[in-house]
Design a protein around this ligand. Structure first.
Ligand SMILES: Cc1ncc(COP(=O)(O)O)c(C=O)c1O
Length: 446
C-alpha cells in the first residue's frame, strides 16, 4: 500500500509515493500493509546500532522523561550527564576525557569546529578556515555544508558560504591506473601539505575515518592518517574525526580512528550514540585541546537548549551499556567480516566493481565494466534501480552517488543494526544477489 505524501509536509520529493512504516523489531521494519523488511541501511544511514523496538531503552526514555527531561542549565548540573560522560570518555580512546552533548551530527561537527577555533584563539592564533575533503558529508547547516564536500547537497547554497578549503579524498579504488597504494598516498599527503603551507588561515582538518554516504565506506590508505597527523602537529592544526557514522562499534572497533592509530584531537559523534531513540550528538575532546581552553580561563562559547540535558544523557548511557553488554562491537566485526566476504563473491557479476568497508559499515560500487571501472550513465540511475529491486526482496538499502566527479558513479552503503546475525547476513546477501542480477540483466537487455 503506497501513500502519497500529503500537502502539509515540506517535501524532499514531490513525486514519490511511500508505503507507511509502522514499527520495527531488531533488524526488521514492518510497514502498515504488513510487509517485513531488513533494515540494511540502518535507517537511511548507520543510525540503529542496537536495533529497533528495544524495550530496555524505551523504559529508560519513559522513566527519565517522567523524572526529569530538561532543567535550567544556568543553575544546575545533572547526575545523568555526569555518569554518562564518564562512560562515554572511557569508551573513547585514551586521552579523550572531556565531552559535550547536543542533538545530532551536524551540531556535533559545528561544535567541533567551534572548539577547534577556540583552541586556536586561546593560543593567540587568528585563523579562520577549515580544511576538509571533497567527497565527504558532514551535515546540513550552512557552515557544515560549506565544509563538507558533497556537491549534490552543497551546490544550491554556495552563495551563502564563506569558502572553506577542500582537498581530494583518500579513495584508492579510483586512484590513477597503475599507481601503487604508496604512490597514491604520497600524492595525497603532498596535496595536504601544500594546502596547509599555502593557507596559514587553516586551523583544523576534518575527515571521516571511513567515508560513508559520499563514497560508500571508503577507508584510507595504510599510513594516511598517521602522516596527516604529523603535518597537523607541525602546524598546530587540530584533526577532527567525524565519527558520526563510524562511531560506537559500527566498524568493528569502538571508533573508526581505532583502525588507523587513534590520530585525532576531537571526535564528532551522533547516530549510533543513541541508536535513534533520542536525538543526540556529542563531541569528545582530547586533554591537549581541553587543557588549552581551560587555561585561557574562558568557558566553551556554545550551548543550545538541548545541550547536556538529562533525558539525552540517560538514553545515551543506556544505549552505550547495551552496546557493551551485548558485545555489539565484536559482533559488528565478526558478522561484518562474514557479510563482506559474502558480498565480495558478488563480483562474479560484472557490474559489482568494488566491495569495501569495515565491520558492519560496507559499500558496493557498481560499474559497467570491472576492468575499466566505467560508470553507468547517470540518467540510467543504476543505483536506484538496484535499491528498488532490493526493496522488492524485502531489503531497505541506501543507494548513493558521487564516486566520480563528485556527482556521478553508483554505489550503495550498508549499515544494518550491529545486532545482525549470520543468518540475517545471509538473507541480505541473497536479496542483494537477486536484486543486482535482475537489475544488471535488465540493463544488458537495454
Ligand atoms: C559522516 C556524517 N557526519 C555528519 C552527519 C550529520 O548528522 P545529522 O544528520 O545527525 O545532523 C552525517 C549524516 O548523515 C554523516 O553521515
Amino acid at each position: 500500500m503506497k501513500h502519497i505524501i500529503n500537502s502539509q509536509l515540506i517535501c524532499a520529493n514531490y513525486n514519490k509515493d511511500y508505503p507507511m512504516i509502522e514499527r520495527g523489531e531488531g533488524v526488521y521494519l514492518f510497514d502498515k500493509a504488513g510487509n517485513k523488511y531488513i533494515d540494511v541501511s540502518g535507517c537511511t544511514a548507520a543510525v540503529t546500532h542496537i536495533g529497533h523496538g528495544n524495550e530496555e531503552i524505551s523504559k529508560v526514555l519513559y522513566e527519565q522523561s517522567k523524572k526529569l527531561a530538561v532543567h535550567p542549565t544556568h543553575l544546575f548540573y545533572n547526575e545523568e550527564l555526569e555518569n554518562y560522560l564518564a562512560n562515554l570518555c572511557e569508551f573513547a580512546p585514551e586521552g579523550f576525557n572531556h565531552a559535550w552533548t547536543i542533538s545530532g551530527g551536524t551540531e556535533a561537527v559545528e561544535n567541533a569546529i567551534k572548539i577547534a577555533y577556540q583552541y586556536q584563539k586561546s593560543k593567540g592564533h587568528q585563523r579562520s578556515k577549515v580544511l576538509a575533503r571533497w567527497g565527504s558529508y558532514h551535515g546540513n547547516s550552512i557552515t557544515v555544508l560549506d565544509v563538507g564536500g558533497l556537491k549534490a547537497r552543497r551546490d544550491y547554497y554556495t552563495d551563502l558560504m564563506v569558502g572553506h578549503h577542500h582537498i581530494s579524498p583518500c579513495f584508492s579504488y579510483r586512484k590513477e591506473a597503475g599507481m601503487t597504494e604508496e604512490e597514491y598516498e604520497d600524492v595525497l599527503i603532498k596535496e595536504f601539505k601544500t594546502t596547509i603551507e599555502e593557507n596559514p588561515e587553516i586551523f583544523c582538518f576534518l575527515a571521516e575515518p571511513i567515508v560513508g554516504a559520499a563514497l560508500g565506506a571508503a577507508g584510507p590508505t595504510k599510513n594516511y592518517f598517521k602522516r596527516i597527523k604529523e603535518i597537523c602537529k607541525e602546524h598546530d592544526i587540530l584533526l577532527i574525526a567525524d565519527e558520526v557514522m563510524t562511531g560506537f562499534g559500527r566498524t568493528g572497533a569502538n571508533f573508526g580512528i581505532n583502525h588507523y592509530g587513534d590520530h585525532a584531537d576531537i571526535l564528532c559523534c551522533a547516530k549510533g550514540i543513541s541508536s535513534g531513540y533520542f536525538p543526540l550528538g556529542a563531541i569528545i575532546i582530547h586533554d591537549r585541546v581541553f587543557d588549552v581552553i581551560k587555561e585561557s580561563g574562558h568557558p566553551f562559547y556554545s550551548g543550545q537548549t538541548y545541550s547536556c540535558i538529562p533525558l539525552a544523557a540517560a538514553v545515551g548511557n543506556a544505549n552505550l551499556e547495551y552496546i557493551k553488554t551485548h558485545n555489539l562491537v565484536e559482533n559488528a566485526r565478526l558478522v561484518g567480516n562474514y557479510l563482506k566476504k559474502r558480498l565480495e563473491s558478488l563480483k562474479e557479476i560484472e557490474c559489482v566493481g568494488d566491495v569495501r568497508g569495515e565491520g558492519l559499515f560496507l559499500g558496493i560500487e557498481f560499474v559497467k565494466d570491472q576492468k575499466s571501472k566505467a560508470i553507468f550513465e547517470p540518467s540510467y540511475l543504476f543505483n536506484k534501480k538496484v535499491e528498488a529491486k532490493a526493496f522488492e526482496e524485502g531489503l531497505v538499502t541506501y543507494a548513493c552517488r558521487g564516486t566520480v566527479n563528485l556527482s556521478e558513479g553508483d554505489h550503495m552503503l550498508f549499515a544494518p543494526p550491529l545486532t545482525l546475525t549470520k543468518d540475517e547476513a545471509d538473507l541480505i546477501f541473497e536479496g542483494m544477489q537477486n536484486a543486482i542480477k535482475k537489475t544488471y540483466s535488465e540493463f544488458l537487455k537495454g
